[in-house]
Design a protein around this ligand. Structure first.
Ligand SMILES: C[S@@+](CC[C@H](N)C(=O)[O-])C[C@H]1O[C@@H](n2cnc3c(N)ncnc32)[C@H](O)[C@@H]1O
Length: 252
């Protein structure tokens, strides 16, 4: 997958895109991230990228021209352009799965009060948000998006199953995890996890996931309960008892 990023601060990306999983995906050639500094495309001698908003008001607005020139130079015509913006649709797992299917995506990071609307209109940008709060710039949001999409691209994660088990992806929040030592400061790992009985372990984890989801995200559990008929007998029994215990049964 090729991701081109337009930003005023390309240096913010390198510690993230060169480290860990993203770094390895790039080394393997599965992910190609192109960083393009919008300032390099200014035409005035002060390299200005922003100006005062028409109509007044505080803050500055990123001018259309340097962004147009960057997009034209990288050949963004016809490609999907995402503009990181608190006005956008909030990223969720289905949206990321759909994005991970794309071969090429262009991401525009805003700053100040955002970009001139004509950029968004002309280039038919999709506005994408990472949540209902305001960041100073789109870079951190773009990195969240890139990281979350990248791990869905085949070959990026070492173990193909690991994305499927995660919270949200499976429809439930993930069960608690433990590792060595078995006893840490008198806190024991739950006995079932060291029993070697894989069926018991699976059911215990499933029940833990159900309970966590019921406590923290009942909305997700209610959605998950729609596939009740597809579950095995034991799993269905655990789901029903969790729904009852958390008084959610009456809602479905
Ligand atoms: C200070 S914000 C501008 C906010 C804009 N004036 C508004 O009210 O919609 C500067 C830039 O940060 C980015 N940004 C801020 N919050 C964001 C969020 N929740 N999700 C994605 N990008 C965000 C956008 O690229 C935005 O152009």
């Amino acid at each position: 997958m090729k991701i081109d990023v337009l930003t005023l601060f390309p240096e913010m990306f390198t510690p993230v895109t060169e480290a860990s999983m993203l770094g390895r995906a790039r080394e393997k050639g599965i992910l190609d991230i192109g960083l393009h500094n919008i300032r390099d495309y200014t035409q005035d001698k002060h390299n200005r990228t922003d100006d005062y908003p028409f109509g007044g008001g505080g803050g500055m607005v990123q001018m259309a021209d340097p962004i147009f020139r960057t997009l034209e130079d990288i050949g963004a015509q016809g490609k999907r352009l995402l503009y990181m913006s608190p006005r956008g649709r909030i990223i969720d797992q289905p949206m990321l799965e759909e994005l991970a299917e794309e071969e090429e995506v262009v991401i525009l990071c805003g700053h100040y009060e955002g970009v001139d609307q004509r950029v968004l209109d002309y280039w038919q940008a999709e506005e994408v948000s990472i949540g209902d709060y305001i960041l100073t710039g789109g870079e951190l949001a773009a990195m969240v998006l890139i990281d979350a999409v990248a791990r869905l691209i085949p070959g990026v994660l070492g173990n193909k199953d690991s994305a499927l088990d995660e919270s949200i992806y499976s429809g439930l929040l993930e069960h608690p995890q433990y590792t060595q030592p078995r006893n840490y400061r008198d806190m024991e790992v739950p006995e079932v996890l060291t029993s070697g009985n894989h069926r018991r372990i699976d059911l215990w984890r499933f029940e833990q996931s159900l309970q966590l989801t019921a406590q923290r995200r009942p909305d997700l559990l209610l959605e998950y309960a729609k596939q009740r008929e597809k579950l095995g007998k034991e799993e269905r029994r655990l789901l029903d008892s969790t729904l009852q215990a958390y008084d959610l049964y009456r809602i479905i």
